[in-house]
Design a protein around this ligand. Structure first.
Ligand code: UT7
Length: 332
């Protein structure tokens, strides 16, 4: 069976920079608390009328296509990961398809939150392995800033999320042993409500009520300590799983791209795996947590900065709402 490889990668973030000091002005928080607990210094917020989840995905995709030397008409499929779609339905995949003029190719939306991009990558990899498609755009794009609770009640979540998009184009690999070596996907719905937006869902007679707004169930809720505890267990576990499957050890990894959830989580993984800091990508200080967009944005910046070269062993890993967690091991 043929392997798939990442032939191009790109990212787009909205222009508007929001610092911790800006947040201090609108809610009860401090730059010191945010930096110490999360490592975040600033994040990007979208501009209404300019940025949408789908058009940010399209901008990131165009950059990925350019790097791959491909044109939009070469694309066979879109796999779009987001928890903040433009509309309740249809998904952002078809909107990006329209935006890019990619007529009649399939567009699939993936709903796996922070693990969404790695899940989407795995889905696309299977389509290429079986020979069904050749060039697939895999996208992670999010707009969080218009859905956050900026009161004291929601501050543990609101200060960490940011907006942005990243994309890769996956193509068949020509070289033996090059490309995506394996992907590993997991979920445990036992913890579904520990990090979730409950309303407006389909469980209640009325989808949206004033009580939901007043009680804040329309905003993301996170049991931070519980999520943190699971994250520091699942990240190393799913990275080990990928390494073991391919007969590698942690010291063989040239670049680890973890989902940017919290600098403390990234540092913990780095220490646990015994990796030097330069082999672990971190850009959370600039963008906060962009959920499904965080892995492709971090990958795109690592490539842009020349930190990944041909032949490198690259590992991506993510953990988040669901709970879901996933990894991908790639020979670049
Ligand atoms: O991307 C998906 C995966 N997500 C994660 O992996 C996130 C995992 N969790 C975390 O990163 C951390 O739990 C947070 C950064 C979200 C929170 O940090 P924490 O150290 O777990 O804080 P906490 O929620 O236990 O709150 C500690 C204190 C509380 O005050 P008291 O009760 O000790 O007086 C909070 O009210 O900090 C307070 N607090 C804040 N203070 C200032 C919570 N949020 C803020 C805030 N500014 N933004």
């Amino acid at each position: 069976m043929r392997n798939s490889k990442i032939a191009g990668v790109g990212h787009y973030v909205p222009e508007k920079v929001v610092t911790n000091f800006d947040l201090e002005k609108i809610m009860e928080t401090s730059d010191e608390w945010i930096r110490e607990r999360t490592g975040i210094q600033e994040r990007r917020y979208f501009q209404e009328g300019v940025d949408t989840t789908s058009n940010m995905g399209a901008k990131a995709s165009m950059k990925a296509l350019e790097m791959a030397g491909l044109k939009p008409e070469d694309v066979d499929m879109i796999v779009f990961a987001t928890l903040s779609p433009d509309y309740v339905f249809p998904g952002s995949g078809v909107l990006m398809q329209r935006e890019m003029g990619l007529k009649e190719i399939p567009a699939l939306d993936v709903r796996n939150q922070c693990s969404g991009f790695v899940y989407a990558l795995s889905v696309a990899d299977q389509f290429i392995k079986t020979g069904m498609y050749n060039n697939i755009l895999v996208v992670g794009s999010e707009i969080h800033s218009n859905g956050l609770d900026f009161s004291t009640r929601g501050r543990n979540v609101s200060v960490i999320f940011g907006d942005g998009a990243g994309a890769v184009v996956l193509t068949p690999s020509e070289k033996e042993g090059q490309g995506i070596l394996s992907t590993h996907l997991h979920a445990d719905g036992e913890f579904a409500e520990e990090l979730a937006v409950i309303d407006p869902g389909s469980t209640k007679k009325e989808r949206l009520t004033h009580e939901m707004i007043d009680e804040g169930t329309i905003y993301p809720y996170m049991n931070g300590n519980q999520v943190f505890k699971h994250a520091v267990t699942r990240f190393p576990e799913v990275i080990e799983e990928a390494l073991n499957k391919n007969g590698y050890k942690a010291s063989d990894v040239d670049m680890l791209i973890p989902h940017q959830a919290n600098l403390r989580i990234t540092s913990y993984i780095q220490q646990k795996m015994g990796l030097p800091a330069e082999k672990v990508m971190s850009n959370i200080h600039k963008y906060g947590n962009t959920t499904a967009a965080s892995v492709p944005i971090a990958l795109s910046e690592a490539v842009q900065e020349g930190r990944i070269k041909e032949g490198d062993l690259v590992c991506m890993a993510a953990f988040g709402s669901g709970f879901t967690w996933a990894s991908a091991l790639i020979r670049w």
